[in-house]
Design a protein around this ligand. Sequence first.
Ligand code: PA5
Length: 441
Amino acid sequence: MQGIFLDDEGVKPFITEELYEKTLKKVEKAHEMLEKKNGKGKDMLGWLELPTNRDEEEIAKIKVAADKIQKQADVFVVIGIGGSYLGAKAIIDLFDDTFANLKTYAERKHPQILFAGNNLSGKYLRNLVEYLEDKDFAINVISKSGSTLEPAVTFRTLKILLEQKYGEVSAASRIYITTDPEKGILHDLAVKNEYEMFKIPRNVGGRYSVLTAVGLLPMAVANINFEDILDGAQFASFVFNNKDVSNNDCYKYALYRNILKESGKDIEILTSYEPSFQYFVEWYKQLFGESEGKDGKGIYPSGANFTTDLHSMGQWIQDGTRNIFETVLNIQVDRSLIYLPEVEDNFDNLNYLAGKEIDYINKQAYKGTYKAHIDGNVPTMVIHMEDVTEYNVGQLIFFFEKACAISGYVLGVNPFDQPGVEAYKKNMLNLLKENKEEEKE
Ligand code: PA5
């Protein structure tokens, strides 16, 4: 059953018929390019088939490894950057208790999950090493290229810590590698040291890899039913393949964002009223940012976490430069069942809300903000998700992946490469090497 729906009422007043017709043709063409696999980046379309054409052998291996990790480690460190961690972090945040990492293993029922290798901060790494020193831990190093500096620096540090703690042989049984199945430094090291290895299919790019072992192994360690996520994504891969755009919410979303871009709205803000979606928004930012922002083109993907950010960015969104549009992720059913209590002396004058669910109050904030933003000339789409289930989240993942590919083609870019990322890496590595030469002199 479809669990996510696009509500376009808040965007219609901003759409002209002429732009609609013109962009519709581009969306239809983009659909054809994906179907025929003849567009830019055509060799990187493996993500389209991940939910339907599952690698059952890999899935079985993931389950066994997750079970082993749960037994051997109190802390599981996921080392990766960009597409190699954001999806897993996003999904785990959605399903874990908000304070999971502050609880005990028995309460959580799985190891504490920490993410590392996603920055070059000395403070972060020192604090991590100090924290891990007296813990039983295992690591999952995730890197498609196998040579990205941020995870490599963390891996080297934690590998040594593991070897000091457990000896080389036992340390090896606590190192899980997710990388290119055929080549690369990590791949070769895993083969040499017999580390357990999982694959990132060659035709799946980092930001499209959440439904491979990149996302599935950390999810399994966190007891998330990833097969339901894959089932939801599989369902989405059928319903969001309908070439009739008026009956395809995913294509409609891609269509509207491009019409809005043509009308001068070139910043999208993905908002949610649920803090556990914060990293989902980060995942979306990376997906669209790296896929669309190139050749001097692109819609700038940004995010806000409401109601928190209504007290920081709310002013700007309501009243600043009118070059933005908003997409709200609205969760319809909240199962937390927490109510505002009544107090006799009504010390805070909130008794008029007594007995109401906190979610009811949150929903009124959403409705009030939605209207205010449209009145303030912010075109607003809403993606309604009935309930945060694995099945619906699987649909949501595929919805955004497909919309991103279609939207990228409509913009006229290759949504599957990231040439711009190399510029900083090249400069940084040159600097690091230059400094090394100077030290030698
Ligand atoms: O989407 C992408 O390709 C990137 O964001 C990568 O995931 C990121 O740069 C990490 O690369 P790697 O997995 O090779 O370490």
